[in-house]
Design a protein around this ligand. Structure first.
Ligand SMILES: NC(=O)c1ccc[n+]([C@@H]2O[C@H](COP(=O)([O-])OP(=O)(O)OC[C@H]3O[C@@H](n4cnc5c(N)ncnc54)[C@H](OP(=O)(O)O)[C@@H]3O)[C@@H](O)[C@H]2O)c1
Length: 232
């Protein structure tokens, strides 16, 4: 198994992003990470929490504020609102003064509302179209959900997706797909919000290195980020 989408945290630092797109990840006792990809990790932040933040946190931040140019008072439809990236998007958008409509499975409703969503759409049982128009869609799913979401974007609004190039585009708005990039300042902003208790991260399975393959291939739905502890 090749794992590239790992980040690393150790006492003092964590990587702001993947060590390198073109190399294997950080499931190792020693990993070489370019200095530009490292950000100080405050000593009072748990390593597991630190490891859970960069990918979801930076993806959410860049999608909402850099690509989506979110403004206070706008409405945002956030898919997967209780899970990895979506939970961060929901919390950032809520904190920025946006009206958040979250989506996901029925079991995710309460957590999405707790993260700041004002409404929740159970994608298996409710009509997505009943949402009406929104200023911004943050799509983590793509396919049919992405296509239908494009039609919900109001004139002048934006569909931001991390699920690959969108097949459908808003009739009178932007469609932006992007891949998260390294940044040295954004991780500190994300970590500070955790320290201030303005941001919550959901830790799922914390496994040992020996159990890493099984942990990344779960047989049941795991809530929260999977983290591997290289040293006990
Ligand atoms: N472009 C980038 O830079 C970037 C960065 C980070 C992640 N990603 C990608 O973005 C995607 C989301 O990442 P994540 O960490 O947020 O994943 P995640 O924690 O698994 O969240 C995805 C959520 O969407 C739900 N979902 C998926 N398909 C659905 C459907 N058809 N109907 C209803 N709910 C559905 C999932 O529910 P179930 O688990 O029940 O299916 C889950 O709740 C992944 O494909 C990941 O590889 C891209």
């Amino acid at each position: 198994m090749r794992v590239t989408s790992t980040v690393t945290a150790q006492r003092g630092f964590f990587s702001s992003m993947f060590p390198d797109w073109n190399r294997d990840g950080t499931l190792a006792e020693y990993a070489a990470v370019e200095a530009r990809n490292l950000t100080p990790l405050p000593g009072d932040v748990d390593l597991t929490v630190g490891a859970s933040l960069p990918t979801s946190g930076l993806t959410a931040w860049q999608g909402l504020f850099e690509h989506g140019r979110l403004q206070a008072g706008q409405s945002v439809l956030v898919h997967g609102a209780a899970r990895g990236v979506g939970s961060m998007v929901t919390q950032f958008a809520h904190a920025a003064g946006a009206y958040v409509i979250g989506t996901g499975r029925a079991a995710d409703r309460q957590m999405a509302l707790d993260f700041g969503a004002k409404e929740f759409v159970d994608l298996d049982n409710a009509s997505l179209e009943a949402v009406g128009g929104v200023d911004l869609v943050f799509d983590v799913i793509g396919g049919d959900i992405g296509n239908r979401s494009a039609r919900l974007v109001r004139a002048g609004g934006t569909l931001v997706t991390i699920a690959g190039p969108p097949e459908a585009r808003p009739a009178d708005g932007l469609a932006i797909d992007f891949v998260v990039v390294s940044d040295r300042a954004q991780p500190s902003e994300v970590v500070q919000r955790v320290r201030d208790r303005r941001l919550r991260t959901v830790i799922g399975n914390v496994a040992t290195l020996d159990d890493a393959v099984a942990a990344f291939n779960p047989t049941e739905r795991i809530k929260g980020k999977t983290t591997i502890r290289v040293r006990p």
